[in-house]
Design a protein around this ligand. Sequence first.
Ligand SMILES: Cc1ncc(C[n+]2csc(CCOP(=O)(O)OP(=O)(O)O)c2C)c(N)n1
Length: 352
Amino acid sequence: MAEPSRHEPASTGDGAGTAVATPPRQIRDPDDALAWYRRMVVARRFEEETERAFRRGKIGGYLHVYSGQEAVAAGFLAEMRDDDIFFTAYRDHAHALFRGSPPGAVMAELFGKATGVARGKGGSMHLFDVPRGFYGGYGIVGGHIPLAVGAAYALRYQGGDRVCLCFMGDGAINSGGFHEAMNMAGLWGQEGLCPLLVIVENNQFAMGTPVARSSAVTDLASRFAAYGIPAERIDGMDFFTVRAAARRAIAAVRSSGRPVAIEALTYRFAGHGAADLFQPYRSREDVERARGRDPILILERRLREAGLLDDAAVAAAAAEAEAIVADAVRFAEESPAPPAEALHTDVYGADA
Ligand SMILES: Cc1ncc(C[n+]2csc(CCOP(=O)(O)OP(=O)(O)O)c2C)c(N)n1
């Protein structure tokens, strides 16, 4: 298993070498950095609450939480333009929150309520917020990757310089759709017609299978070379590192219309999903070690060092998160279930 703190060189599609960014010493925009810290604290608190709500029987279907990976989605979404779009898999709550979906509407979706971001029909794995450029939330591993490539092509076909981001897990990289889609992306990119940024969130596991047991080549960034897509591997636990890589990559994709990939090394602190109680595939010590590089604590330390955060501000952020999540739960609890007639809307073949 790759240690999140160890960054071996990753080859790039064009053989141009590796970039493991070091965090900038100066914090360019203190207010913005603080806002992202608070958002990450909200996302962590939100996930803790969803686990509790699942055990209380409030959330049907299944539940996968994002705790430990916050710096990845935060860093990339921070650099997206409002008119850009993105796709991700089923571990999607934080992505929605970071993109600005109201926490109440996200929680209501998990609770299966009509006020949810997908009107209560998607649940935890299928969050959507198209007006905000969030094109889902997919439960089929790798299923969204071809869709994201097609969407990127459509953006350029329609004109303009919008880009599409596609988040995916380390497990998804072994799905057939990944390889077919990356080949198309590489080809369309040669004509400047595929403004796609692929983000592999390498949290070390696909359910209970570590990367080394599912991928013959564990340097996942290197696998994009087969499709002529430049790629790099970064530390996904450091918000500033992620953000700097995101800025560079999004600018390159936007100006060239060619795909770029980034493998962000991260770690999932919780079980794979709500039923993964015993986690026999890893030890408590492994998890504790990884928690030593908690992305929220890393960012907190950086902000403290820069004199932007103190104990009182940390406590205030925690209290604010507590209140936001409590409001979200209340909103979800009090919202109505979808009406019975809604069974026949938003579906194919309703008249059949
Ligand atoms: C096509 C398909 N095969 C199998 C599954 C069962 N499954 C659900 S999650 C998962 C692991 C995916 O791992 P990864 O892509 O690394 O994402 P992570 O859970 O680590 O975020 C699998 C195999 C599925 N949902 N879809």
